[in-house]
Each structure stands twice: as structure tokens, then as C-alpha cells.
Ligand binder design. Structure first.
Ligand code: PLP
Length: 480
């Protein structure tokens, strides 16, 4: 059996006690109460490089980088030291109105250097959700100042994920996340996801792309361009299924937006800081000139919570012009530009640059894609997709029809469980398994990861056959 091989950590934890405390008192994001009550949680206690270990000392390749986050890997002394030094020097000061501190000022300048030339102004926050919310609030403020107060609606895409605040949950487009939740839905209109694998059967990718672009233009005209403020999109749609759009899609969508004075927001919360081999991929990979780029997660490699919303010179010119009324731009958070988080980001960016991690991702990413694609010979692997260190396997009951297993089969969970047993963490999302490991993964570690995943999918198929979801091991026939 393929296994992730690393030595065990020395620390010891009382797992049962941790289970109990967690189950009784902790509301998790996307809490799954029945499963937590029955199985408890995996208590991840330590991390080192591309590996994490649980409270019993078992080690895993962290195939998900914490949650699309830990780009430079775990246990970076340099980041820990930068945070500790900053905590000693100045643990916190607010950045409201007319105070700042060195880490916020330094990081602002660094981000302006990293970002496309026209994006030189950054608003900090504490998360990706707050950073997206900041984008929308300031864009609304921008149009109000321009005397166009009707321009408020935001266009987003089904299957997208932009956050979990009231507004960003409305931007997000995963139907399953809306059940029994309310949101600011009236403000947001959704377009089709650029899901190439699930495009209509008889359509070429080019024709599919034409349709998506037409849909955007039709939607703007239907709502009235005078009412549409912005279009938000992840360059590669992440949590909704790692969807790489058709070639030319983003540039064409941007052209339509420009035609109707609709601002574009590129949500790089996942793609930013190296996951696709660039600090920011909007311009360098997709040729975009977004009005706003949103970052979080990899900006600190998950060492501290930080969101950053980068605005264009054009937007700032309007936001900072005297308006004769309230001169404050009344938006921001206590933690905006928290010094310890900014210090972590500066140290993280320094590592990404000095160790040439972006070059590593560009060199090794295609190898990762190729190796993962070898899984396509398995009967339930319908699609393998993604880019560089942002990848996904789509499991299907029938490769010819692309039919899914019924939900109660929980195919993604089963595969993730098998992987976990063999020392690999992958993220199950319905019928998908998603991979977003630390960017330092070597070719040899990629080989181990893919080999564990293959064994786990085969073991899952065996289980499905036993449970009657397949008639035979070839896995083509389906029983619902
Ligand atoms: N935007 C994207 C593309 C994301 O994937 C996420 C989280 O996964 C968010 C925004 C929200 O970030 P946070 O969970 O830090 O609020």
C-alpha cells in the first residue's frame, strides 16, 4: 500500500478529550453535525513542510494546503520569527483615519509593486469574505460619488464561492449552500459557470464560450447597464469545482463589461500568491486588467488571517476626491492591516521570492497535471482538471453519460477517507476530490500523492461494488 512516509512528531495530545470539547462546544464552518457526533473530527495538531500530523502522531501529505492556503508549507521559522518580533515590537495598533504602522505601510507598497501597474491602492481586512465585501461596498461608494446611484447590481456565476458574510454569500453561487439561509439575493444576478466538462454534449468549447459571453451581455442589457455595477469572478473557479474557463473567456467577459461601464473584480483569494505559478494570475496568465483584485489565504500562507482588496488608480481618484459632504470613507475593520498579519505576509512574500517558488510551481505544475491525468484510466474518474497546484478529480457513475452517483453514496467522502487511511488529505466536495497542496511539493511527493489517490479510488470502487452501486469491477453499470 502506498504510504506517505515521514517521522512521527514527538508531541502527544489527548485525542478523546479534544474530540469531546470540540463536539460539545465548537461550531465549525460547514458543520456536519451527524457525522461529527458519530465519527468525531480529525484533530490536526502539527505541520512540517508539506505534511501535517494528527493528534495521534499519524502523518499525512497535506493535499489541500490547510484550505488552499499554506503555500510555502508548514513550520517556517522565518514567518514565526517575523510574527513574534512584531508582537514584541508593536502587537497591535489600528490603521483608522490617520494612523498607520510600518508593516501596513510596507505591505501596501509591496502589494502595489506585485499587482498589475494600474492597481496601486489596498484596503486590508481579516478574510477573503471581508475583502470581497470591501470590493462591493467601495464600488457602490464609487458610483454614488459619480452620481450614478442606480449602479448597484453585481453579476456573479453559479458555482462560484466568494465568502460567507451576508453579502458575499449572495455573491456565491453554490445552490447547496443556500438551503435554509437567507441572503442579500436581490443585489446579485448569476450567470452560468464555465464548466467545460459539463457543457452541452454537442457543443464545441468555442461555441460554449461564445454562449457564456453572450449570456453576460444579454444579462447586462436585461438589467439595464445603468443598474449594473460590477462583475466578480475567480480566474479559476475554485470551491465550485476547480473550473478552468475556456481560452479567451475572461478577456471577452472583460470586454463586454467595459462596453457597459461595469467594473470587474478578480477574486484571487485562492489563485493568488503562487498557486498557479504567479503572484497574481489575472494579468500574467489571463491577460486581464481588472478594476479590483481580491486576495487572502496565500497572502500569509495561512500563518495569519489577512484579506487585501487592491483598487485601481481610477477608482481611487474618485473615492478620494473631496465630495463636500462626509469626507470619511466609512469602511474598514479593527483588524484592517493588523501588524502581526502584515508582518507574516511580508515574510511569506519574501520566501516566495527568494526560494523562487513561483518558478517551481510553473516547472512542476504541468507534471502534477500530467500525473493526475493518469487517473483517467479508472472507471469512475470522469474528469481531471485544474491548473498547476489547483486541481480536481470528478468522479462519475458512468463515464459515457457523465451521470453522477446518487448523493447518499458520498463518493468524494469515501475516497477522501481511503486517502486519509493511507496518509493523504484530499478535500471531498460532493462527487469531487480537490487538491491544493503546499507549493513546495516535489515531483517525488507528487508521485506519492497520485499513487495514494489511485489506490484509494480503486479501494472505493471495490467498496461501491460490494455495496451494490456497481454490478462489476469495471464500474460501468449503475444501480440506484
Ligand atoms: N473567495 C474565494 C475564491 C474563496 O475560495 C474563499 C474561501 O474559500 C473566499 C473568497 C472567502 O474567504 P474567507 O473564507 O477567508 O472569508
Amino acid at each position: 500500500m502506498a504510504q506517505a512516509t515521514r517521522s512521527r512528531p514527538s508531541s502527544s495530545y489527548d485525542t478523546r478529550d479534544l474530540f469531546r470539547k470540540d463536539r460539545n462546544f465548537h461550531i465549525h464552518p460547514w458543520n456536519d453535525y451527524p457525522s461529527a457526533a458519530e465519527r468525531g473530527c480529525l484533530v490536526i495538531a502539527e505541520g512540517d513542510g508539506a505534511y501535517v500530523s494528527d493528534s495521534s502522531g499519524k502523518q499525512y501529505i497535506d493535499g489541500i494546503g490547510g484550505l488552499w492556503c499554506v503555500n510555502v508549507g508548514y513550520g517556517r521559522e522565518e514567518i514565526a520569527q517575523a510574527m513574534a518580533d512584531q508582537a514584541r515590537r508593536l502587537s497591535f495598533y489600528n490603521t483608522f483615519v490617520d494612523t498607520t504602522h510600518p508593516p501596513a505601510a510596507e505591505l501596501s507598497a509591496k502589494l502595489a509593486r506585485i499587482a498589475p501597474a494600474h492597481l496601486n491602492h489596498v484596503a486590508f481586512s481579516g478574510s477573503g469574505s471581508a475583502a470581497n465585501e470591501t470590493a462591493i461596498r467601495l464600488i457602490h461608494n464609487y458610483f454614488n460619488r459619480l452620481g450614478q446611484p442606480s449602479k448597484k447590481l453585481v453579476l456573479s456565476r453559479w458555482q462560484s464561492y466568494h465568502g460567507s458574510t451576508y453579502l458575499t454569500a449572495a455573491l456565491s453561487g453554490k445552490p447547496e449552500d443556500r438551503v435554509l439561509f437567507d441572503s442579500a439575493y436581490g443585489l446579485v444576478h448569476h450567470l452560468s459557470a464555465p464548466d467545460v466538462y459539463r457543457r452541452p454534449n454537442d457543443q464545441t468549447v468555442e461555441a460554449f464560450c461564445d454562449d457564456l459571453v453572450d449570456e453576460l451581455e444579454r444579462k447586462i442589457l436585461e438589467l439595464g447597464p445603468e443598474n449594473v455595477a460590477a462583475f466578480i469572478a475567480e480566474p479559476v473557479l475554485g470551491s465550485g469545482g476547480v473550473l478552468v474557463p475556456p481560452k479567451g473567456y475572461h478577456v471577452r467577459m472583460q470586454e463586454v463589461c467595459r462596453r457597459y461601464d461595469v467594473l470587474t473584480i478578480s477574486d484571487e483569494v485562492v489563485t493568488g500568491f503562487g498557486r498557479l505559478g504567479h503572484m497574481l494570475c489575472s494579468e500574467e496568465m489571463f491577460g486581464l486588467e481588472p478594476d479590483v483584485i481580491v486576495c487572502a489565504k496565500g497572502i500569509t500562507s495561512g500563518y495569519a488571517p489577512l484579506g487585501a482588496t487592491l483598487f485601481s488608480d481610477g477608482i481611487l481618484e474618485v473615492l478620494r476626491a473631496p465630495n463636500g459632504e462626509n469626507e470619511f470613507l466609512s469602511h474598514g475593520f479593527t483588524w484592517s492591516g493588523h501588524p502581526i498579519c502584515c508582518a507574516a505576509a511580508l515574510a511569506n512574500i519574501e520566501i516566495l521570492e527568494r526560494e523562487r517558488i513561483l518558478e517551481h510551481v510553473r516547472a512542476v505544475g504541468p507534471y502534477f497535471e500530467e500525473q493526475l491525468a493518469t487517473l483517467l484510466d479508472l472507471p469512475i474518474v470522469g474528469d481531471v482538471r485544474g491548473s498547476h497546484f489547483m486541481l480536481c478529480v470528478e468522479n462519475v457513475a458512468d463515464k459515457a453519460t457523465k451521470d453522477l452517483f446518487s448523493e447518499d453514496v458520498e463518493v468524494g467522502n469515501r475516497i477522501a477517507d481511503e486517502c486519509q487511511e493511507r496518509g493523504l488529505i484530499v478535500r471531498p466536495m460532493g462527487h469531487l476530490n480537490v487538491l491544493s497542496p503546499p507549493l513546495i511539493l516535489t515531483r517525488a511527493q507528487i508521485d506519492s500523492l497520485v499513487s495514494i489517490l489511485r489506490e484509494s479510488i480503486v479501494a472505493t470502487m471495490d467498496g461501491l461494488t460490494r455495496d451494490g452501486h456497481f454490478r462489476n469491477k469495471a464500474g460501468i453499470a449503475r444501480i440506484d
